[in-house]
Design a protein around this ligand. Sequence first.
Ligand code: PLP
Length: 412
Amino acid sequence: MSIYLNNAATTWPKPRCVPEAAAEFLARGGGNLGRGTASWRDLATLNMVLDCRIRLAKLFDGCDDGNPRYVTFCSGVTEALNVVFKGFRKSFFSSAPKTVMRVLSTSMEHNAVVRPLRGMEGEGVATEFLECGPDGALDLGLLEEVLMDGKFHLMVLSHASNVCGTIQPLEGIAGLCRGAGLPLVLDSAQTAGILPISASKLGLAALCFTGHKGLMGPQGIGGVVWDPGFASRVAPLVEGGTGSFSHMETQPWEMPDKFEAGTPNLPGIAGLDAALGWLEETEIEGIRERESKIGEYFLERLQKAGGVLYGKPTMEGRLAVFAVDFPLWPPSDRKNTKMWDNGILADELSKRGFETRPGLHCSPLAHKTLGSFPKGSLRVSPGYFNTPEDIDAFFDAVEAVKECRDECTGKN
Ligand SMILES: Cc1ncc(COP(=O)(O)O)c(C=O)c1O
């Protein structure tokens, strides 16, 4: 038996059309992108990639009337963020070599944001991580105050926390950034495919997405939906063959080629394209409603079970991503084990077929904000395909582990 409750890491199962499309591409099509002739094979790849770009530009309501040229493919949101940060830095320093590039972010970010920013510190980049509240939400008043002196050049924000599911007040944040003329880069890893996002209405400089979570696609594919003006201010990070402008020895700046050197993950794009087709049929509103219902049921059961919850107490302003604790022993009884209770519990649940994720979830800053550092928490993230029966079975399993906690570990 397997009950998958780790959808914040990657969604599973995928709609059937997703593995089928990826396999079909490899088995029957398989042509490279723009590196052949006008054979049916080459044209099929070209059409599939264009179709996926169009679907993404439509889903995220991209600028320039959803112009698909401004969709860049890369391996996921991590690479997308690196492409944006480091390409922006490259351009920034070539036009203002002696200036410090100042980046603003929040204390709820994933290491996909924190590590590249920390990595650029000492190379002329200064970062500030605004402290969010104990529920993980950014206070708009605080942001307004910080933006007052106009010293920042870029802001980066995770739309929703991968630890506790808190959704940031994006409209307000984007409005303040627009007012301050500050380009806003969005990490949509946890919300794409679950919440509607309009890049053009929000005025996002770059929307970074990953294909394998709420978008229901395969791993290894993601990208950026750019504002055209911002894209022109970012230098390409990776340079190489594009299948176009082959007479040139330097990287072309035409979109989408500018940011897409090398052969892209074509089976991944085929799977993502099929997933986006499934999302169009299923409709995001329906997905969100279903996840909210299962989330409400989880919270109800959690309260009865006496578990500790981090972040928002109801489904208002949050996703169905739950950071919880079920203390197995009172602190005074806790003896020799080196693992935190959430690690022991996750292992025991896993032996019983329940898939969750314990620990710090690549987000030490977020756990510090929530007060759960360094022990972390157990993250339970039901998804579209989970049922209330799965949630019941999960809480029964937690009870079963609690009852035999000493035998489970053999350590206490
Ligand atoms: C908020 C957030 N940002 C970034 C990432 C990184 O995503 P990927 O590994 O697909 O690049 C994740 C993945 O868990 C995430 O939850």
